[in-house]
Design a protein around this ligand. Structure first.
Ligand code: HEM
Ligand code: CU
Length: 443
């Protein structure tokens, strides 16, 4: 195809995507990408020195058209400490451009490539040690639209999964250095979307309206893990798997290898929150791989009703009301020290699955019971959460939660113990709850 004119590429920060290409010709497309090394948020209270393409992790999104002549400028900011380069998987040529773009701090390099193959491609730094440059945030996506364009949709977003290997454990505060040994063992502390825990949650959730067709450009920067990409509550109507031309329809979970990508499309039929996860599920709930797509609009009971019933269930022959049950022996505490000790056992058996052993909860999903202003203000709230369950929006230490805590089948004695344990642990303000207090809340 003939090259017509010259254009400056518009690059976007995640989760945004540049608008569809409206040219029906190939052009000379100039891409300016600046490498920036800077300390950025990885999780609440946790920072990391990220090496970035364009100042964000993942790097800026590049959108071009099949046939374009892409003149690529790689600029390494003078304040940076290291040389970098770029390997774009959209390139046909040695190293995907890596050799041609090896760039020291304070320098700029240029090379040109022809966008011969349409598709969604990963780009990444390939400077030694390559694994470390990728682990520190140096990856992003480049879309080469086919000449005929992509189908029209209502919303497009840019989502990229990756891992972080830190010296401190998940959630350990402060500036966390890279841990090479853990990277070699492929044992990350963090698996995240768009560079940080909670990058697309709460007020930063991506959005659509009921009836919208949504296209996600999903990449996986790795450096090590394959993603089992899944959207909770949605079926992926179309998946351009591996970022290629082939389309698979009606997909529940799609594999996205490290250094690979997929375009997924679906209609958001009914409103609600849809959670993007890596369905290797401990990564989602324990390492950060969670994001929210918030869909607004009208309920449609022809598609989804929500809960229609919740009532007592008695197995057939309802006359048999009492099933023989194994009786747990609940020790009766005679001192507050005993109450705390027994409460700890209940906490570890029942509560820590969601609120974590150290009471820190899980960002965006389970509130902390550690240093909880919500609980300390009125411990009855904790009792009530256990005996009646808790749902609807609450604010704990300035963060809002809108989850569901199921009621817990515990005796008054056990509830008194566990709340007393929490009040006297995890930096809370102390106090004692008695079985009588629990009975009062139960009424
Ligand atoms: C909220 C305690 C078990 C999920 C809360 C709160 C407390 C609490 C005190 C109020 C907010 C705060 O201070 O952080 C406990 C205790 C448990 C227990 C003592 C064990 C006996 C669980 C379990 C789950 C869970 C097993 C998960 C299945 C939640 C959720 C909320 C919450 C989602 C927030 C509800 C909302 O957003 O309205 N819990 N919890 N909890 N808990 Fe638990
Ligand atoms: Cu690099």
């Amino acid at each position: 195809a003939e090259i017509v004119g010259e254009k400056q590429a518009e690059l976007t920060l995640p989760p945004d995507v540049p608008p569809p290409i409206d040219r029906d010709n190939a052009t000379k497309l100039i891409v300016n990408m600046e490498v920036v090394e800077k300390e950025m948020r990885l999780a609440d209270g946790v920072t990391y020195t990220m090496w970035t393409f364009g100042g964000s992790v993942p790097g800026k999104f590049i959108r071009a058209r099949e046939g374009d002549m892409i003149e690529f400028h790689l600029q390494n900011h003078p304040d940076n400490k290291l040389p970098h380069n770029i390997d774009l998987h959209a390139v046909n040529g040695p190293g995907g451009g890596a050799e041609s773009t090896f760039t020291a701090p304070g320098r700029e390099t240029v090379f040109t490539f022809r966008a011969l193959n349409p598709g969604l491609y990963v780009y990444h730094c390939a400077t030694a040690p390559v694994g470390m440059h990728i682990a520190n945030g140096m990856y992003g996506l480049i879309l080469i639209e086919p000449a005929e364009g992509l189908s029209e949709v209502d919303k497009e977003y840019y989502v990229m999964q990756s891992e972080f290997y830190t010296e401190g454990d998940y959630g350990e505060r402060g500036l966390q250095p890279f841990d090479m040994e853990q990277a070699i063992e492929e044992n990350p502390e963090y698996v995240v979307f768009n560079g940080a825990v909670g990058s697309m949650m709460n007020d930063k959730a991506i959005t659509s309206e009921q009836g919208d067709n949504v296209r996600l450009f999903v990449g996986n920067g790795g450096p090590n893990l394959t993603s089992s990409f899944h959207v909770i509550g949605e079926i992926l109507d179309k998946v351009h798997y591996e970022g290629g031309d082939r389309v698979q329809t009606n997909v529940q979970t799609t594999s996205i290898p490290a250094g690979g990508a997929a375009m997924v499309e679906f209609e958001t039929e009914v409103p609600g929150n849809y959670i993007l996860v890596d369905h290797a599920i401990f990564r989602a709930f324990n390492k950060g791989a969670l994001a929210t797509l918030a869909v607004s609009g009208e309920e449609d009971e022809n598609v989804f009703t929500g809960q229609q019933l919740d009532r007592v269930y008695q197995p057939e022959g309802g006359a048999i009301q009492e099933l023989p049950q194994e009786k747990r022996t609940i020790p009766t505490a005679s001192t507050i020290e005993e109450r705390i000790e027994f409460g700890r056992e209940t906490y570890m058996a029942v509560c820590q699955a969601c609120h974590m052993a150290d009471g820190s909860g899980i960002e965006g999903a389970f509130p902390p019971v550690a240093n909880s202003d919500y609980l300390n203000e009125n411990p009855d709230r904790g009792i009530s959460a256990i005996v009646h369950g808790l749902s609807g929006e609450i604010t704990v230490n300035g963060e809002t939660y809108n989850g569901v805590m199921p009621q817990q089948n515990l005796t008054n004695e056990e509830v008194a113990n566990v709340i007393t344990y929490i009040l006297n642990s995890f930096d809370n303000e102390g106090g004692e709850v008695t079985p009588e207090d629990v009975e009062r809340i139960r009424q």
